[in-house]
Design a protein around this ligand. Structure first.
Ligand code: TXA
Ligand code: MG
Length: 350
């Protein structure tokens, strides 16, 4: 398939408006369009069409039991596709448009291909102007997973969205780098209006606590699933975000990590904090040192993580190591992505 790539800097100029109109029409006609959001790039199709949704699974190589998020441009549109509750509007007032996805009971208008047979559907109203304008122009909700091949890190810039999706989709919109860099927070509204966190993101548990005291954190968020354990969010059971280079997390002080990494054989890469770069320069060639930003700049780390994991693969290192992050605030999202990218290989150094 021939893929058209277009750059959109400013949605109000005429060229961009025309490109967005064409992209919207492509979605409405059942095609696939890759587009930027504030979290990661999405691979979009008409969420009300079975055939269009099937194309998404095919283009990504995604298992058909892993449901898709539907994207709307105004929170109130959720009424059309789901049975909303007062808790939905509390969340919408506080955090939408923005990096949060809410799971509620689906209405029949959403095909089972999108929900992977579940009776619930995930709804998100993104903040990115290109995403919102595209949804508006399409005139239908857009089903969109992250625009990576299944199993790879989500693309947070045009370059990596293009690398995975060229020739698999009709159009790719280059809207620059994603501000957040990790996928949206996913919460499920339970029947009693309490919340279950299925995937941590930039809207943190602390943020959600302002609306609800009762937040359950799904087991798959902070640990590996046990054999045979059922999972609330199907995506959590798949290997994810993984670089090809074997990736391990080290729990311990800089001294301990330094000692451990020095003792490794082969071509070893490290993802380390800005403050630690000069220490590692003594034992590792510069091209194998990946600067993760300052230790307390979690926002920057969130923005860099998926890109660094892809950059590491280009070095053909034998192994890559990073420090295990703390799991509070947006750190929970980083922790969740990193333990999964590392296939839960955490080495405790005493
Ligand atoms: O930031 C984001 O959310 C990005 C951008 C493109 O919006 N999208 C994204 O989609 O990350 P995806 O498909 O890569 O991740 C969606 C996750 C999957 O783990 C899936 O299993 C889960 O949401 N999910 C979707 N519908 C669900 C449902 N009804 N119940 C439970 N989990 C659901
Ligand atoms: Mg994904």
């Amino acid at each position: 398939m021939q893929t058209e790539a277009v750059i959109i800097d400013d949605i109000s100029d005429k060229k961009s408006q025309n490109a967005l109109k064409k992209a919207g029409q492509t979605i409405r006609n059942g095609g696939l369009v890759v587009f930027p959001t504030e979290t990661v790039y999405g691979l979009g199709a008409d969420a009300t069409s079975v055939q269009a949704a099937e194309k998404i699974y095919k283009a990504k190589g995604r298992p058909s039991d892993n449901p898709l998020i539907i994207h709307i441009h105004e929170p109130a549109l959720a009424e059309k596709y789901t049975y909303t509750t007062p808790m939905f509007y509390k969340i919408a007032d506080a955090f939408m448009p923005g990096p949060i996805t809410v799971i509620m009971k689906a209405k029949d208008i959403i095909p089972k291909t999108v929900t992977a047979g579940l009776d619930t559907v995930a709804v998100r109203c993104p903040l990115h102007p290109v995403a919102r304008e595209l949804i508006k122009k399409a005139g239908v909700p857009i089903a969109a997973p992250s625009a990576n091949l299944s199993g790879s890190p989500s693309p947070t810039c045009f370059k990596y969205a293009y690398a995975d999706m060229n020739e698999r989709v009709d159009m790719i919109i280059d809207g620059g780098d994603c501000d957040i860099g990790l996928e949206s927070t996913i919460v499920k509204i339970e029947e009693d209006e309490s919340l279950t966190l299925l995937r941590p993101g930039a809207v943190t548990v602390e943020d959600l606590n302002m609306l609800c005291d009762d937040i359950k954190i799904s087991d798959a968020v902070l640990s590996a699933l046990k054999e045979g354990q059922t999972v609330l969010s199907p995506g959590m059971k798949y290997k994810h975000y993984a670089p090809k280079t074997p990736f391990s997390l080290l729990k311990g002080s800089l001294e301990k990590r330094f000692e451990y990494i020095s003792s490794q054989n082969g071509r070893v890469a490290v993802i380390c904090y800005d403050e630690e770069v000069s220490s590692f320069e003594r034992i590792i060639p510069t091209e194998l040192i990946f600067n993760f930003g300052k230790k307390d700049d979690l926002q920057k780390q969130a923005k860099l993580l998926f890109t660094l994991l892809r950059d590491v693969d280009k070095t053909e290192a034998d192994a890559v190591f990073a420090a295990l992050p703390d799991a509070s605030g947006i750190g929970m999202a980083l922790y969740n992505r990193m333990i999964r990218a590392a296939g839960h290989r955490i080495i405790t150094l005493n």
